[in-house]
Design a protein around this ligand. Structure first.
Ligand code: HXC
Ligand code: NAP
Length: 273
């Protein structure tokens, strides 16, 4: 079930938008008539996403870029803006993650997640700023419950996503005067995604345990997140900025934390061994 809000000819850029939650968001905007740019590291993911989004009939552009490469991110925006014009909506959602206790994590393992999630978010927003529609642009960062719920095996992602949240709030202060709104979505366990499979439900038993922990007794869907993104990017959310909005079935402390830590107890042990 998807919200119907017209985005005809609006330029929507989704960084990290070729798979999972972010692809679901890109697809929702494509269905609503937007011109959509998606970007990520892997050529095969970009090509598959462009192919799939193109079936909705609108204009789609794909760019290969790693958010850790500041110049490559800049080139991606220059290319997409030359094609589709100023950016009306920017989604920044590239992320990397794995389960590992801090005492077993290498320096590079910690750094790689911070570089993708936090420094990557800075690169994307910093390079986008010159191209955002002013006034009227809307930016949505994708964060995670780890940003405010301390979880074992998640020192890297918790630190990175906490940084993303505060970065969102600071930029809402700095860019508000230009008529640009910044918000963040914090998804709970979203079914069918890499993050969910990798972190919370590597086995059928983990999956059922995770489901029973969610107050609403079900996992989230791509549409649950995409509907929130459509709303936050729309004029109906014109007075919302600097907000971190959970979409998690009723409480990340109750659901995500026990399920992720249960999965981590078995997985991180096997990695260390
Ligand atoms: C311990 C690990 C590890 C693991 C990698 N490393 N996997 N350490 N346990 N399972 C270490 C490596 O040994 C290496 O350190 C360092 O991390 C970098 O690994 P690379 O494989 O060289 O990095 P790279 O190819 O850049 O890949 C980045 C990645 C990878 C983060 C490791 O998983 C990735 O690309 N992920 C993208 C997709 C993804 O994770 N999506 C889920 C997002 S979910 P050394 O010291 O050996 O060099 C999410 C929140 C979900 O964000 C919340 C659910 C509720
Ligand atoms: P996913 O499918 O792995 O999505 C990650 C996306 O980012 C992919 O398109 C990936 O494509 C891209 N990406 C990864 N590293 C990149 C880099 N260095 N540069 C550019 N693009 C990069 O994972 P997901 O589970 O849907 O997660 C999407 C977002 O939701 C993330 O921000 C995650 O933290 C958040 N989240 C997810 C859940 C969940 O239940 N799944 C819960 C809470 C929060 P390439 O591999 O082609 O680069």
């Amino acid at each position: 079930m998807q919200l119907g809000i017209d985005f005809t000819d609006r330029h929507v850029v989704v960084f990290g938008g070729t798979t999972g939650i972010n692809f679901g968001i890109a697809e929702a905007f494509a269905r609503q008539g937007a011109r959509v740019t998606v970007a990520s590291r892997k050529r095969e993911n970009v090509d598959a996403a462009v192919d799939s989004l193109g079936r909705h009939g609108g204009a789609v552009h794909g760019v290969v870029a790693d958010v850790r490469d500041f110049d490559a991110v800049g080139r991606a925006f220059a290319e997409s803006v030359a094609r589709f014009g100023p950016i009306d909506v920017l989604i920044s959602g590239a992320a990397g993650n794995f389960l590992c206790e801090a005492k077993d994590m290498s320096s590079n393992g910690f750094k790689v997640v911070v570089d993708i999630d936090l420094v990557g978010t800075f690169h994307v927003l910093r390079q986008a700023h010159a191209h955002l529609r002013k006034p009227g642009g809307a930016v949505i960062n994708i964060t995670a419950p780890q940003s405010f719920v301390p979880m074992r095996y998640q020192a890297h992602a918790s630190a990175a996503k906490a940084g993303v949240d505060q970065f969102t709030r600071v930029l809402a202060l700095e860019w508000g005067g230009e008529g640009v709104r910044l918000n963040s979505i914090s998804p709970g366990p979203i079914d069918g995604t890499e993050g969910f499979r990798k972190l919370m439900a590597p086995t059928p038993e983990d999956r059922e345990f995770a489901r029973t922990q969610v107050p609403l007794q079900r996992f989230g869907s791509l549409d649950d997140i995409a509907n929130l993104a459509l709303f936050l990017a729309s004029p109906y959310a014109a007075y919302i900025s600097g907000a971190i909005v959970p979409c998690d079935g009723g409480g990340a402390f109750e659901s995500v934390k026990p399920a992720l830590e249960a999965a981590g107890r078995s997985l991180s042990t096997s990695w260390v061994a």
